[in-house]
Write a protein of this length. Structure first.
Length: 420
């Protein structure tokens, strides 16, 4: 295409869209995909049908999930995988004689997808104009320690969040609430909850007969140093776990919804037929890509590398708080966010119109780093999981330069001054 510069080299600091976990241009991925095209390009997985590759992948993945999640439904994106999760929950409660349990609890400012339902379950930026039509979706407090009430410690904040969830369930009626859905780390703004948050929310859900859905679309397949982070990192064994993105490292669209044995038994009881599926569910080429992706992750010990090098990446970004514009660098391993503030003492936000994060990312892009302005005041870093030490050093250099230049620019424009 004319007018587009070529020949520039970039560090992909966002892994495409949180998904290219094993890195770009893997020849063995191309070979595996091509071989599957030659062997079995496609066949429907509707009814009692499947294909050998989908069956093999299902068995492999269910060996890696948190305990009790031994059944999987394949789809093509995190959005339709989350749709599948909700539809499955509602069908399950109907089958066990609790059809009134239809209300969904989600977190303030979450992100669960771009379909009508999953966007409605997300933050207000994603459902303008139609939120009033989804009265069965209710939001509970966001586990955002950096923005917790002033003077409240982490233990008190966790107690506050737990009380908010419990009060919401009791207000709506436990016999009306079907499920609670949460990301291990919230993608929008990169919000790492207080220690023990997911375990405590899970306990509350179990007490009230509410199913717990863990949305691991982003965190799965190594981003936090584990194939799945729910149990290994956050001590929660959910009733349903949703995965996409890293499941195939973005080479072919694929997603998965894992369900508990209890849910599966209700759905597959004698005489029951669960009418749900997509044309490309269990697509053999996508499943072949996922099998090769998993083989690479295991053979190259990518999760182990992330737990080591990813932790150094995290510490490097946290060191950027010595810059006056940076209020907090947060997250875990290769899922990190940098929040910019006007005043680090008061944590005062910049007006959205100043687009501080976009200023930083534009400058970083010009220097060879792709970062993402995920919110007006937050920059996201979610790189491929195969970063070298020199890549990490380059990212630090570029970010420091870009933030300093933004500080100078804001000062020149008289929009900000250190310590204001």
């Amino acid at each position: 295409m004319s007018g587009i510069p070529t020949g520039n080299r970039f560090i992909d600091g966002v892994a495409g869209l949180w998904c290219v976990n094993i890195g770009h241009g893997r020849a063995e991925m191309a070979d595996a995909i091509a071989q599957q095209v030659r062997t079995l390009t496609y066949y429907s997985a509707f009814g009692a049908q499947t294909n050998p590759v989908a069956a093999t992948l299902a068995e492999r993945l269910c060996r890696l999930t948190p305990k009790g999640l031994n059944h999987v439904f394949f789809s093509t994106s995190g959005s339709d995988a989350n749709e599948t999760a909700i539809r499955t929950v509602l069908r399950y409660f109907t089958l066990i004689g609790k059809p009134n349990k239809r209300h969904i609890l989600t977190l303030e400012d979450a992100y669960h997808g771009s379909t009508y339902l999953t966007a409605s379950m997300s933050g207000p930026a994603f459902y303008p104009g139609w939120a009033r039509e989804t009265g069965f979706i209710h939001r509970v407090a966001k586990p955002y320690p950096y923005r917790c009430p002033q003077g409240m410690g982490e233990a008190a904040f966790l107690a506050h969040l737990a009380a908010n969830l419990e009060e919401t369930i009791e207000r709506l009626g436990a016999d009306q609430v079907a499920c609670f859905i949460a990301e291990p780390i919230m993608g929008r703004g990169i919000v790492l909850p207080p220690e023990g948050y997911h375990r405590r929310m899970g306990e509350i859900c179990r007490t009230h007969g509410v199913l717990y859905i863990s949305d691991e679309v982003v965190t799965g397949f190594g981003r936090l140093g584990h194939v799945f982070a729910s149990e290994a990192r956050f001590d929660i064994a959910p009733d349903i776990l949703v995965s996409a993105k890293g499941i195939s490292s973005g080479y072919i669209p694929l997603a998965a919804t894992f369900v508990s044995d209890e849910i599966y038994e209700a759905l597959s009881a004698p005489g029951e037929v669960y009418y749900h599926g997509f044309t490309y569910s269990g697509h053999p080429v996508a499943c072949a890509a996922a099998l090769k992706n998993l083989e690479i992750i295991e053979r190259e010990k990518i999760c182990e590398t992330v737990r080591d090098r990813g932790l150094r990446f995290q510490r490097m970004l946290e060191s950027l708080t010595d810059l006056a514009l940076v209020g907090e660098a947060r997250g875990s391993h290769y899922m990190m966010g940098i929040e910019f503030v006007q005043n680090r003492t008061t944590r005062e936000r910049f007006p959205e119109s100043m687009k501080v994060s976009e200023r930083v990312t534009r400058k970083a892009y010009a220097k060879g780093l792709i970062a993402r302005a995920i919110m007006p005041e937050v920059v996201l870093l979610s790189p491929t999981l195969v970063l070298s030490e020199s890549d990490i050093a380059a990212i630090e250099r570029i970010l420091r330069e870009s933030i300093r230049e933004t500080m100078d620019e804001l000062s020149r424009e008289r929009l900000w001054r250190p310590g204001a």
